[in-house]
Design a protein around this ligand. Structure first.
Ligand code: VGL
Ligand code: ZN
Length: 198
């Protein structure tokens, strides 16, 4: 069984959103077109409490893009985004939610970020995505969504490390590209790990 994983296709990652990914809206029609081709469609949803420690607003004197340490783990600071129950956290209006079988929320623990749809950044807590896929006999996953250089990358790296045959369909991904070349480096990292980047 092959599953489609839609990573964080939420208002805050689209143009006009709090953490807008350039051309982020371009992934929506691609996701909609792909959904009917899969046995199972899972959407991840970045779902932060309002005082999440990945937000620069929670660290006095710190700016977006700076690094801080939280519980011994390096954390890059983001603008407030995908706050639980806010409009920015909702799935993109144009996304065919009816085609999504399951939603997996992540980033809910204030103290730790979760780029991957499978685990938090320390790999201490699982989101339940792996169990869900295994319970449906999924052995291969295709991934689209946002952002190539963060949540898509870490979701793909975890998927392949868990033994799923993993593809990233670049037509349906866009990146933040904080530093020029981040997306290309992400693609190389994924390929080195055994992800098929198409
Ligand atoms: C993401 C930064 C912070 C993502 C989520 O979905 O790629 N990036 N939270
Ligand atoms: Zn986030």
């Amino acid at each position: 069984m092959r599953a489609l994983i839609l990573v964080d296709i939420q208002n805050d990652f689209l143009p006009g959103g709090a953490l807008a990914v350039p051309e982020g809206d371009a992934v929506v029609p691609v996701a909609n077109r792909l959904m009917p081709d899969y046995d199972l469609v899972v959407a991840t949803q970045d779902w932060h409490p309002a005082d999440h420690l990945s937000f620069a607003s929670q660290h006095a004197g710190c700016n977006v893009g700076e690094f801080v340490e939280v519980d011994g783990l390096e954390q890059i600071l983001w603008p407030d985004h995908c706050v639980q129950d806010s409009r920015g956290a909702e799935f993109a209006a144009g996304l065919n939610i009816g085609g999504v079988d399951h939603v997996v929320q992540k980033g809910t623990n204030r103290r730790i970020d979760s780029y991957s749809g499978f685990f938090d950044n320390a790999r201490r807590h699982a989101t339940g995505l792996e169990e869900l896929l295994r319970s449906q006999q999924v052995d291969a996953v295709d991934i689209v969504g946002l952002a190539t250089d963060y949540c898509v990358k870490f979701t793909a790296l975890d998927a392949v490390s868990l033994g799923f045959t993993t593809r990233v369909l670049t037509q349906g991904t866009r990146g933040v590209e904080l530093d020029p070349g981040d997306c290309n480096r992400a693609v190389q990292e994924m390929q080195t790990a055994g992800v098929d980047v198409i």
